[in-house]
Design a protein around this ligand. Structure first.
Ligand code: ADP
Length: 202
């Protein structure tokens, strides 16, 4: 049977939905909150608690953390310096896309190298990247050892472990520092909320 295209004059008006429109639809100002610090410093704990609080307040967010990335997108990467750089580069690009989609993005990765973090800052629109240094002394992180990784690293079962036999370059000018040796999780979340409010994000 012959079929004809009847509607030959229908032209879709290409409407490119802008990042501003996507954000406005969600009634929020997207940004990337980049948590960095030693393993066990409290990045995941605080990022999760902050995301819970943002959710309760009606914000749209997404938390990128080690497990959901290293088991999926970056499962081909290990912990050599080159792989760590690529790991963070990809996470930065994903965080940027998610912010572009209108979300408040939280990332919880050791991200030990200063240059890598600065690279992410550069690809983000100005004022939308917040580096949060989650700080705790190495001995405190090691005593917490939530995943038993320090124990393995000390026993030589894990190589290139940040703080043991791989360097951690502390941020020089982070937007915020959270000392988890002094603040409770709740106090840290309050500090972050106050900061985001001050920066006009909430
Ligand atoms: P990271 O993501 O930096 O590797 P985690 O959040 O996985 O660290 O682990 C930090 C551990 O320290 C958790 O077991 C958490 O319960 C504990 N902890 C104790 N006190 C604090 C605090 N004040 N802030 C954050 N975490 C804390």
């Amino acid at each position: 049977m012959e079929t004809t295209v009847k509607a030959t004059n229908v032209v879709w008006h290409p409407h490119h939905v802008s990042r501003e429109e996507r954000a406005a639809q969600k009634k929020q100002k997207p940004c990337v909150i980049w948590f960095t610090g030693l393993s066990g410093a409290g990045k995941s704990t605080i990022a999760n608690a902050l995301e819970g609080e943002l959710y309760r307040r009606g914000y749209h967010s997404y938390l990128l953390d080690g497990d959901n990335i290293r088991h999926g997108l970056n499962k081909d990467l290990g912990f050599s310096d080159a792989d760590r750089v690529e790991n963070i580069r990809r996470i930065g690009e994903v965080a940027k896309l998610f912010a572009d989609a209108g979300l408040i993005v939280l990332t919880a990765f050791i991200s030990p190298f200063r240059a890598d973090r600065e690279m992410i800052r550069k690809i983000m629109p100005p004022g939308e990247f917040f580096e949060v240094y989650v700080h705790a002394p190495l001995d405190l992180c090691e005593s917490r050892d939530p995943k038993g990784l320090y124990k393995k690293a000390r026993a030589g079962q894990i190589k290139n472990f940040t703080g043991i036999d791989s360097p951690y370059e502390a941020p020089e000018n982070p937007e915020l520092t959270i000392n988890t040796g002094e603040l409770t999780v709740e106090q840290s979340v309050q500090k972050l909320l106050a900061f985001l409010k001050e920066r006009g994000r909430l």
